[in-house]
Design a protein around this ligand. Structure first.
Ligand code: ZN
Ligand code: ZN
Length: 470
């Protein structure tokens, strides 16, 4: 049972927020060339711009130790007690009205600054059960309990520490610039992104009832495979629905020498694995994305014994609700039909269990994406902010727009590894350590965090621009 729980937790870790699929440079270029967002030529602000300068100085004097503190002291999903307390303390000191314990360990910080729209900026706070091997001097040596009470190594292998630090960095600028924006800022520290449960926990705990309802939601994720200095995004569906499915195939065991006296669950399971591939290739339009992956197939004990059951573990990815429904119902239909064709009775059909809580697809509102991208390109230049292909990873930031309020949402990706280092890995023929790898920590965090803080500040100044009042 314990093993099963661990397995489920591990599967969720893989399902959540991970962005393992590096976008091919060619795809990036192709996507940029056919960008669906039209942005006028802009002149990037020179490097000695006051805001940029202020963030760089603040990084050196203040944000760097804060980042290294977060990095060295990671906590697991829904266990982010010290992390949340520190984030709350930082934002309270800036004059935000801070509420802790929202959705277990979540933090909500509100600043009302006159008339105008409400903007929510979100950072996630949890680390992963990964032993750090990144080689940075402030590497985590932490171990701690997960929410099931099991002791595990912990690391900010998904760079959520950069998200929190950049959020504080942006907040520290915005409180100095209150005459340059008007409206309400809601900054949240979200727990448990890695298990896909934190956003829902905050919403169910009244995020949109107890606090100002946002007109816009914005967040970013540091991405290991993107070069430092680069920001990428995709308008529309950007990240996938992530579903976890278990198929328990029942059989009738017996001696391997007399298969005709048995119902072999390995044979049946294999038929199911193959038939499932017809879902995407023959039932869904070739223009619609989707994945059905059987990631685990466990059965049997010995060469000459036909076992009683087999267990298949699947991850199912899609963008649209319709495709998701088709795939999930199709998995059940195929599993049962294969069993029927093998002569099993209906009461012996495979048991198909679909995890109730899933990570829905992340939809970047096109209009909000265009505004945010324009604000970022104005600061960083067109070449530094590129449209890329959507990815089949998942991210529970999507939950914030899937409520009756239907709030426009935008998430962008910030480079976490320098081009030199990416080139070195390529030259050495070594795979680039991705988010969730024990080897991954941003190797130029000053640049990654400063750029992210500047981007968040720029987007806020645009969305809450003073002239919007009139
Ligand atoms: Zn993440
Ligand atoms: Zn992650």
């Amino acid at each position: 049972m314990k093993k099963q729980l661990l397995g489920a937790a591990a599967a969720l870790v893989l399902a959540a927020c991970s962005q393992p699929e590096a976008v091919e440079p060619e795809a990036e270029t192709a996507a940029s060339n056919t960008s669906s967002i039209e942005v006028a030529e802009v002149n990037p602000i020179p490097g000695d711009d006051a805001l940029r300068q202020a963030i760089r100085e603040d990084y050196a004097n203040y944000l760097q130790p804060l980042y290294e503190h977060f990095h060295a002291n990671p906590e697991l999903s829904f266990m982010e007690v010290e992390t949340a307390a520190r984030l709350a303390e930082e934002l309270r000191a800036l004059g935000f009205e801070v509420t802790e314990g929202v959705g277990q360990t979540g933090v909500v910080a509100v600043m009302r600054n006159g008339e105008g729209p409400t903007l929510m900026l979100r950072a996630d706070m949890d680390g992963l059960p990964v032993p750090e091997n990144s080689g940075v001097s402030y590497a985590s040596q932490a171990t701690g309990l997960n929410r099931f009470g099991e002791e595990q190594p912990i690391m900010h292998a998904c760079a959520h520490d950069t998200h929190m630090t950049a959020l504080v960095g942006a907040a520290r600028q915005l409180v100095e610039m209150t005459d340059e924006w008007s409206g309400t800022l809601v900054l949240i520290g979200q727990p448990a992104e890695e298990v896909g449960l934190g956003a829902v926990a905050m919403l169910e705990d009244g995020l949109y009832d107890r606090f100002p309802v946002p007109d816009f939601n914005v967040s970013f994720h540091t991405f290991a495979a993107t070069p430092v200095g680069q920001i990428t995004y995709h308008p529309g569906y950007a990240m996938a629905n992530v579903d976890t499915v278990d198929i328990y195939v029942q059989g009738r065991g017996g001696h391997g020498a007399y298969p005709h006296t048995t119902k072999d669950p390995i044979y049946l399971g294999a038929q199911i694995v193959v038939a499932l591939q017809g879902l995407m290739s023959r039932e869904i339009s070739p223009l619609e994305p989707g994945v059905v992956t059987v990631g685990a197939f466990n059965a049997g004990l010995k060469h000459n014994i036909i076992s009683d059951e087999a267990h298949l573990q699947l991850t199912v990815r899609s963008y649209s609700d319709e495709t998701r429904e088709h795939l999930l119902s199709g998995i059940r239909r195929i599993a049962e039909a294969q069993a029927a064709s093998y002569g099993l009775r209906p009461d012996e059909y495979p048991r198909v269990e679909i995890e109730e809580v899933y990570t829905p697809a992340l939809y970047n509102n096109p209009e909000l994406s265009a505004r945010a991208v324009a604000a970022m390109r104005t600061r960083f230049g067109i070449d530094a902010v590129s449209e890329v292909q959507p990815i089949m990873g998942g991210e529970d930031f999507s939950q914030y727009h899937r409520t009756e309020e239907n709030i426009p949402t935008f998430m962008f990706w910030v480079g976490g590894t320098t081009q030199e280092r990416l080139d070195q890995f390529t030259a050495d023929g070594i795979a680039i350590p991705s988010n969730h790898s024990p080897l991954f920590a941003p190797n130029d965090p000053a640049e990654t965090i400063s750029q992210a803080a500047e981007a968040m500040t720029a987007i806020t100044l645009d969305l809450l621009a003073v002239e919007q009042e009139s």
